[in-house]
Design a protein around this ligand. Structure first.
Ligand code: URA
Length: 434
């Protein structure tokens, strides 16, 4: 077998065998295939596509390329949740303590933010003392003891995906359904989940820009699950505007804590209920959506979900005083309102631009080695469909670097498009696919 014939086969729109896909993944991981050859194959896949079986074989080969976490000593039903990425997405912080307080074990590894989308691990690290880098044994012990641990992975999970993903980024091949589906699923399989609910974000702040693409990604991931013995369900959520109000690490933790105490925006509530009810049904804790939603709301109103979050934070070294008294979180030096200069209904928000401005302010990183400025970011003050008067705040910039304020305010104002006509409020949940 050799890489040139594999590239030529995909160039000619033929189907690659399991052995050929494994050969590519293994040899590229070992450094025996050049980047330009791997780039040619990835481009051929991007243009000519892959069958479900090919996509599954790529997923499994990448999942097998490094460490695999075995969580079977915790439970035979390990449910994970994954988001395909977005702006202001703090759902994991709210949903996972709810799930754990209902009694389903939560052993979740989350990533750091890169580019315009944030990462749960960075958000948690904005709580002083919180350790995201627990050794695996301690992680598992915590799940056994208190039912939940959220960490970042110290394992070498799906390293082939890491290498291929980095390459895709440099050759314009990120937005492709078989490549995204195999990338996400390989990491979920390596992280030990046997059931996964995937939040497929859809809109101008997500990889999937329209509903047709999002549905296709959902069916591809469900099919990979079927072919690899894992149950997958997908919830398609609107990412034409940020989730909730806060974008930025400690700002999002504050919003998540308030949500766990029962105070949340309608979109956050809808996403938590939609993802959570699918998880409860998959875990066999509920028979139907109405019952599952009631259980979730009950965990919030009784205070149990918030208690579970505090328990997890304390167990991982975080200072719970910050959660009890949210004013303890240090504020950014400058909090500047971005005011509307005309009247109208909010028609469009450039969500990716908002994510990029928040990175520019220090809330995210453009390169892996960049440092995060935890209290910077943006608080949104309007949602699509709202009628905004002249001089009303569209959003607030939270900055520590004075020199960045003018640029951030100007770009942020340009990210909001107002219309003289009435604008309907968009739906938050765009589909549930199983
Ligand atoms: N998230 C991933 O993990 N991989 C992709 O390719 C896209 C989103």
């Amino acid at each position: 077998m050799n890489i040139i014939s594999i590239i030529a086969k995909k160039r000619d729109k033929k189907i690659l065998s399991k052995e050929e896909i494994e050969y590519f993944v293994n040899e590229y991981s070992k450094g025996n295939i050049e980047d330009y050859q791997a780039a040619a194959l990835i481009m051929a896949i991007y243009i000519n596509g892959m069958t479900s079986q090919e996509t599954t074989n790529l997923t499994l080969a990448m999942a097998d390329s490094g460490d695999k976490l075995d969580l079977s000593d915790i439970s035979d039903c390990i449910i994970d949740k994954h988001s395909s990425g977005g702006v202001g997405d703090k759902i994991t912080l709210i949903l996972m303590p709810i799930i754990a307080s209902i009694g389903i074990p939560v052993a979740k590894m989350s990533g750091r933010g890169l580019g315009f989308t944030g990462g749960t691990a960075d958000k948690l690290e904005s709580i002083p003392g919180y350790r995201v880098d627990l050794p695996i044994e301690e992680f598992k012990e915590n799940v056994k003891e208190i039912g939940i641990s959220l960490i970042t992975s110290s394992l070498n999970l799906a390293p082939a995906d890491k290498k291929i993903y980095a390459l895709r980024d440099t050759i314009g091949c990120t937005a492709n359904i078989p490549l995204i589906a195999s990338s996400i699923m390989s990491k979920k399989i390596a992280a030990g989940a046997n059931k996964t609910v995937i939040d497929i974000t859809c809109g101008n702040g997500a990889f999937m820009k329209d509903i047709k693409e999002a549905k296709e990604l959902a069916s591809t991931m469900i099919r990979i699950g079927e072919l690899s013995g894992k149950e997958v369900r997908c919830v398609i959520t609107n990412m034409d505007e940020p989730v909730g109000k806060a974008i930025g690490n400690s700002l999002e933790v504050i919003e998540a804590v308030r949500a766990l105490r029962g105070e949340m925006t309608d979109d956050v509530k809808e996403i938590v209920l939609a993802l959570g009810s699918q998880m409860l049904i998959m875990a066999g804790f509920s028979q139907n959506i109405q019952e599952a939603e009631k259980m979730i709301l009950n965990e919030i109103s009784s205070g149990s979900a918030y208690q579970k979050f505090k328990e997890m934070v304390a167990k991982q070294g975080g200072d719970v005083e910050y959660l009890e008294n949210l004013d303890k979180f240090e504020k950014a030096k400058y909090i500047i309102p971005v005011l509307a200069d005309s009247r109208g209904a909010l028609k469009e928000i450039d969500t990716e631009m908002i994510g990029n401005i928040s990175v520019y302010l220090g809330a995210g990183r453009m390169r892996k080695e960049d440092k995060i400025d935890y209290n910077t970011g943006i608080i949104m003050n309007q949602r699509i469909g709202n009628v905004v008067e002249v001089g009303q705040a569209l959003a607030y910039v939270h900055a520590n670097d004075e020199t960045k304020i003018d640029g951030a305010v100007k770009n942020l104002r340009n990210a909001f498009k107002l219309d003289p006509k009435k604008v309907a409020k968009p739906k938050t949940i765009l589909g549930i696919i199983k």
